[in-house]
Design a protein around this ligand. Structure first.
Ligand code: GRF
Length: 206
């Protein structure tokens, strides 16, 4: 089984909660995203996202990464993705740095969401970094994945205000709500085609 319309085939990689995965799955099931999630892969057996995948009847696979050499692990993940014949690889809280081998295996076919307005605040705990810095606006970024962390060409971004009364958790929650909307929209634009990557820019035909 898989979640969604018989459109393009998405493979999800996650390591934790999986709320972005669930938001995308809901859009697929509702027919607002012309795609189906054909496999969910986690490097952690305890990822809550796996439970959600099972509840939705989506095939899920655990490929533990602890103690496994990076490329060897990535090859196992790619094998599972290729077996499921995915068109796009969607990173949804996948807490692993991908090898150059993996990225070259799926040129311009890996998407990620980062909870900051890149290139500001790459890396871990981006929402907290932004709050600590005192920004007035924060947000999230959907981008193609290249060989550097949180650095590939930007597909779309969303902005949220940071209020003086906010704590870091409030900012994170406001960003997360936007992530859930933005990721599906950005995937939809990519699936529609009619775009090209020109240096750092993703250009969409109007
Ligand atoms: C999100 O904040 C996402 O931007 C980041 O990791 C988090 C994953 O959350 N890459 P969830 O597992 O999708 O709930």
């Amino acid at each position: 089984m898989s979640a969604g319309q018989p459109g393009r085939r998405l493979g999800i990689l996650l390591s934790g909660r999986g709320s972005n995965f669930q938001a995308i799955a809901q859009q697929c099931v509702a027919g607002r995203l012309n795609a189906q999630i054909v496999v969910v892969i986690s490097n952690r057996a305890d990822a809550a996202g796996l439970e959600a995948a099972r509840a939705m009847g989506i095939p899920s696979v655990v490929i533990p990464s602890q103690g496994v050499e990076r490329v060897a692990h990535d090859r196992m993940v790619a094998e599972a993705l290729d077996e499921a014949a995915v068109d796009y690889v969607i990173l949804a809280g996948y807490m692993r740095i991908l090898s150059a081998w993996f990225i070259q295996h799926y040129p311009q076919r890996i998407l990620n969401i980062h909870p900051a307005l890149l290139p500001a605040f790459p890396g871990l705990d981006a929402q907290h970094q932004a709050w600590e810095y005192g920004v007035r606006y924060a947000g999230c970024t959907v981008h193609f994945v290249d060989e550097k962390m949180d650095s590939g060409p930007i597909i779309d971004q969303a902005v949220v205000p940071v209020l003086e009364s906010d704590r870091a958790e409030d900012v994170a929650a406001r960003i997360l709500a936007e992530e859930h909307r933005l990721y599906s929209e950005a995937i939809g634009k990519v699936l529609q085609g009619g775009w090209r990557v020109d240096g750092r820019r993703v250009l969409f035909e109007r």
